[in-house]
Design a protein around this ligand. Structure first.
Ligand code: GAR
Length: 201
């Protein structure tokens, strides 16, 4: 399956997916392209280091979000991408993009959605004082961080846990959960009914 990954930053989730393919955990998966809206994204360096085609698309060259997304969709279609993975992609994607790839775009978010949507979710959950938080992998629809939920995993926040430790633990969970969700998709085990995701056993 041809996968296209969109990333804006560090790309540790991208790296986890690359490693899962290299180790043979993710089979029948090929990252055909990595696209970034940030020229300096470390995710771009990771793709270069792993000989994966990569592309920076400068948002300043496009007047509207739809024009920008039209360019991305054009590239994804050229590459015959079947699954789009948002891995720390910090732009809200347009309805046009969602419609072109509905049910085939996944996102990972570092909280138990629908709690703590948006940026800095780990810190928001920590500062709120919740006792349990976690990670969500979901399909993307036109709502921010609110599409059908594929997988969630929890972590208990102990009283003496630092924010840094929580961030570290959340990322560890992310790096296992995202490949797991992608594997389910590739094996055609996921289906959506009334906004709920079910897993074929
Ligand atoms: C990850 O923690 C991911 O869950 C989060 O950005 C980080 C990217 O890290 N995404 C969101 O907050 C989406 N709303 P990475 O660049 O190292 O993969």
């Amino acid at each position: 399956m041809k996968i296209g990954i969109l990333a804006s930053g560090n790309g540790s989730n991208l790296q986890a997916i690359i490693d899962s393919i290299n180790k043979g955990y993710l089979q029948n998966a090929e990252i055909s392209i990595v696209i970034s809206d940030n020229e300096n994204a470390y995710a771009l360096k990771r793709s270069k280091d792993n000989n994966i085609k990569n592309l920076y698309i400068n948002k300043k060259e496009y007047k509207t979000r739809i024009e920008y997304d039209t360019k991305i969709v054009e590239v994804l279609k050229e590459e015959k991408i079947e699954l789009v993975i948002l891995a720390g992609y910090l732009r809200w994607i347009s309805e046009y993009f969602v419609n072109e790839y509905r049910g085939r775009i996944m996102n990972i978010h570092p909280s138990l959605l629908p709690s703590f949507k948006g940026l800095n979710a780990i810190e928001k959950a920590y500062n709120y004082g919740v006792k349990i938080t976690g990670v969500t992998v979901h399909f993307v629809d036109e709502t921010e961080d609110a599409g059908p939920i594929i997988l969630q995993e929890t972590i208990i926040i102990n009283e003496n846990m630092s924010l840094e430790k929580l961030e570290e633990e959340i990322h560890k969970i992310e790096h296992k959960l995202y490949p797991k969700a992608i594997d389910l998709f590739i094996k055609d085990k996921l289906y959506i009914e009334n906004k709920k995701v079910f897993i074929r056993r």
